[in-house]
Design a protein around this ligand. Structure first.
Ligand code: SF4
Ligand code: SF4
Ligand code: SF4
Length: 265
């Protein structure tokens, strides 16, 4: 009999973050991202193909970690015409570079502006947080969770993180806004936040409502003429890029061993 995989999650407690940036550095090191490829002028939120997480200052004060939410119903997955963006059974949203044809619909569709492109590369790929899936499969924790000295980040089963978040909101009520960001918005997300400041500023148009983005995204994309006209051309004209990528990325596609995901203490 098959077991349903546990749905993993990551809880960010914004009240604890000092903005030290160690989680960002740990992410870059663990994922061998090298030096940042853009300046803060080019990317005011600090995200880029070589920075999958950043610390941004909220307009109301406080440091907030910005990275992929690993949505339960991801818009990036729903718009990808070739299935390059996909969601694992554990709830991690990943990217298969061998399938990508470079249309960048995922970048347009993401309500938080997360995926970034390797603009400088001759065979560019889309890049974003992987929730350190390789490490999880080896029984480890995401590098950022391990690196944070303030206990801002907790990794584990999503249901248990929700319980932890509710407990903190109850026990220290005056400290927090009475909301778990990511519990319900756009259908829910693996990455959730509790906070003393509003986090609406992280979304393109404020914090999205609760309706899953896949139900909204194609309606929106279909109204963009360039998108509508481009679909057919991209599907046929860019196939050669896939071939190039298969060669360029062959060495990066090590398969993952299957091991249970353990929750952080
Ligand atoms: S935050 Fe954006 S990139 Fe991440 S899973 Fe959701 S839609 Fe996809
Ligand atoms: S989970 Fe991994 S890939 Fe994602 S921000 Fe943390 S360290 Fe980076
Ligand atoms: S390591 Fe922890 S305290 Fe430092 S910036 Fe990251 S989340 Fe904030």
């Amino acid at each position: 009999m098959s077991r349903t995989p546990k749905q993993v999650g990551l809880l960010v407690d914004v009240t604890r973050c000092t903005g030290c940036n160690r989680c960002v550095e740990a992410c870059a090191e663990a994922n061998r991202l090298g030096q940042p490829d853009v300046t803060l002028q080019q990317s005011p939120d600090g995200l880029s193909a070589r920075r999958w997480a950043s610390i941004v200052e909220s307009p109301a004060g406080g440091f907030v970690r910005k990275f992929c939410r690993h949505c339960l119903e991801p818009a990036c997955v729903s718009v990808c015409p070739v299935g390059a963006m996909y969601r694992t059974p554990e709830g991690v949203v990943l990217y298969d570079s061998r399938k990508c044809m470079g249309c960048r619909y995922c970048m347009m569709a993401c309500p938080f502006g997360i995926p970034r492109y390797e603009w400088e590369s001759s065979a560019p790929l889309v890049r974003k947080c992987t929730l350190c899936y390789d490490r999880l499969k080896d029984g480890g924790l995401p590098a950022c969770v391990e690196a944070c000295p303030e206990g801002v980040l907790a990794f584990g089963e999503r249901s248990e993180l929700l319980a932890l978040a509710r407990r903190r909101l109850q026990e220290a009520a005056p400290l927090y806004l009475p909301k778990i960001y990511g519990e319900h918005e756009i259908g829910g997300a693996a990455v959730m936040y509790i906070s003393h400041v509003p986090l609406d500023f992280l979304g393109y148009h404020g914090e999205p409502g609760e309706e899953p983005m896949p139900e909204l995204t194609w309606d929106w994309l279909a109204k963009v003429p360039a998108v509508a006209l481009g679909v057919a051309g991209l599907m046929t004209g860019l196939l050669w890029i896939i071939g190039r990528r298969i060669q360029a990325e062959a060495s990066r596609q090590a398969r993952l061993p299957a091991r249970p995901i353990e929750e952080q203490k």
